[in-house]
Write a protein that binds this ligand. Sequence first.
Ligand code: NAP
Ligand code: 3JM
Length: 334
Amino acid sequence: MAKRYNIAVMGATGAVGNCFLKILEERKFPVKGLTLLASERSEGKRLKFGGKPYPVEVLTHDSFKGIDIVLASAGASRSLEFLPSAVKAGAVCVDNSSAFRMDEETPLVVPEVNGRRIRENKGIIANPNCSTIQMVVALWPIHKAAKIKRIVVTTFQSVSGAGQKKVIELREQSKLFLADKKVIPAEFPHRIAFNLIPQIDIFLDNGYTKEEMKMVNETRKIMEDPSIRVNATCVRVPVFYAHSESVNIETERHITPDEVRKLLSGAPGVVMMDDPSKGLYPMPIHAEGEDGTFVGRVRQDESVKNGISMWVVSDNIRKGAALNAIQIAEELIK
Ligand code: NAP
Ligand code: 3JM
């Protein structure tokens, strides 16, 4: 019989954790045992997997005995604190947080781009930020064909990217706002219903947010080209699921929109949706619940010599988090 694995999901009760369970089932991952880990707040809860209830346990340094693979999504500080214990116990960890992404010993992997780095792991493989993942899936085929020199990206990120509580907050704020009632932000720093917030994560000394600098540094590491210049603006929008991105690139070799469409049609993980005359372009309503990275609005940037603009949409909880991590785990057990 094919080998089966003991899996621990760290942060099982969260938005990404829930999606881990869903995708492990959907893709029939060979699960032998399942350990669900979260905080004391979740003690006593049960979550369903394969029709069976599993108890949620409190995460401790002793949670990893006999575990083969840890899927981590309990925040960066928990990953920093607990993943070394998991590695010591013999597990391989796929980490969704930013904790180890820029660590030189840790591969940072999007399977469609640099899956071959998975086998170089020393116990931890990092999953990139959601916004980085969908952007590099769309850009990698173009980079290979025409060498990208500079990227200017603006993101339109859904509230689910900030966790389950933020999804509830958008719903509650929307109801209150439409009922002409006072909205007091609790989870977000400002009202998110019927608004946009040009801040995701904290501000850094250079005036960019940490989320924006994640896109800069992670893109260079994944595409293995430190010379690529990246300028990012990350914006939280009142959408529940799926992130959208306006992506503008400059390439070394001239490339036409037709060439880009041809390169991306059938590229791993990409779904082309580009027929503006029929009103066809990707939107969050297309990507929600789907695995693909949807690309449309491909056009020549006429303001520079070799420029292309495009629009990229993907489900941030699936390809942006749980799906990418499970694809990494699937490569690990191949
Ligand atoms: P969420 O819905 O807020 O869930 C957070 C999860 O972490 C919950 O299961 C929570 O358990 C658990 N947790 C929090 N504090 C803990 C503690 N002290 N000990 C043990 N467990 C603890 O957030 P999410 O959207 O699922 O995201 C979780 C993390 O995944 C993020 O912080 C981020 O690092 C990463 N993430 C990555 C991406 C990506 O782009 N790759 C996207 C989204 C998130 P309780 O229910 O018990 O509180
Ligand atoms: C997405 O614990 C934390 O600070 C987690 C914050 C967080 C991250 C992160 O930095 O790991 C929330 C949402 C991410 C991410 O993917 O970078």
